[in-house]
Design a protein around this ligand. Sequence first.
Ligand SMILES: [Zn+2]
Length: 499
Amino acid sequence: MEVQQLQEAFINNQNHRNAYQHAMTILSYDAETVMPKDAGARYSEVMGTLSGESYHLLINEELKALVKEILQRENEMPRWMFREAQELERSIKKAEVIPQEEYMAFQTAIALSGQAWIEAKQSNNYQLFAPHLQKMLDYATCFAKLYDSSQPVYNLLLDDYESGLTMDTLDKLFQDIWENITPLIQQIRSAQQPDVRFLQADFPLEGQRQLAHYVMDLLQIDRNRCAIGESEHPFTTSTNNHDVRITTHYYTNDLLSSLFSVIHEGGHALYMLYTGDELNGSSLAEGSSCSIHESISRFFENYIGRSREFTTCLFTKAQEIFPQQLANVTAEQFYRACNVSQPSLIRTEADELTYPLHIMIRYELEKRLVDNSLSVADLPAEWNRLYKEYLGLDVPDDAQGVLQDMHWSDASFGYFPTYALGSAYSAQILAAMEKELPVWELLAKSDLSPIINWLKEKLFVFGGIKKPQELLLEISGEAFNPQYYTNYLNKKYRSLYNL
Ligand SMILES: [Zn+2]
């Protein structure tokens, strides 16, 4: 085949497959935001049909032949096309080893497991979920072994979310956190906490919406290409770099929840908005990895968003919108309120310092569930034991314990570590940025342009063309080093709590 012909055939194939992806993305955004409840049954059927079609378009001889030829002719191909072919080869291999009936049975089992998890959580009854969890675990381990029986199963599961990630890397990261962060958490437990009662006032939704738009302005999010909606749990999704959507959830008795979720999702949105145009329609538009995506959202949420400089900008606007609620509050009090650290039961509500411990607990449990050294029946007791050991907390019930996250209900074993890894990557990225930009001076002037441009040039524009380790090495001049993260947390929280 002529080079041009080959490239055109590949792009046509990609556009065709992407049309299904585009439709499913918009339908699921609709389902999470505005779809009436009773529309759910038909929605699931439609999604089932579309994902079945998508599966056939992936596992298909025409695409396989195109991928093979592109991989053989690397020098004649644009870089993105070669990388996309590599990613497709990997996805095809992973999907192909699963017999189609097994795959369909797994999809059905996921739907049932999801429903059982919701019911179990609502009624605080782990037994309702346990058999489904066992099934999810069996499917995940069985599929991983079919793909590659020579490697530890948990490494294969990690690889689904971050190519090449292994337990060795995570063991080092968590060891570092254990040694350097847990003593600090202990010290803060007996330190004096700031007075945050002003956060318990009533903050009407209209004002919070206004504040969310102000934050999007500060982050320079182009509203012609990015919309904001409302959903139960905040998330970001996109179909291409001209259609990005974030959501948030407003609570009238909680000003910070929506505020920081908009900054977090805004970080994800910036990454998607500035991914190179040539990547639209390819899987590379989804970014380098889950961890890199999370490193950007957490960079904006915590490193930038919770800094003294940025919270001062936020506070000025918040006080203008809520003059009565914030009448006797200072910018310094607001900054401290945004950075309270206290061990808590729920991962998604945890502060920046105690957050990685929630991930370490899940990591320990997942590893043991996967290698069969922990049974599904013993999981809740083990969960509770680790919360006591790591965070000093008694877990009152399974709803606030082992049933709190949905990840295991759809077999996403190996996903949790990407959250902690993302935070650790952010610290290394920030340290590199600080060498080239006066980050804090810029924030004090509410001028994020140089910061966003820096990330755009060094990271966003490449999407998934560059792998996580390649990006880190290019940006910071060294391989992943967890010490940036533990140093950052120590410095910040020792200063906040005068330790
Ligand atoms: Zn995120």
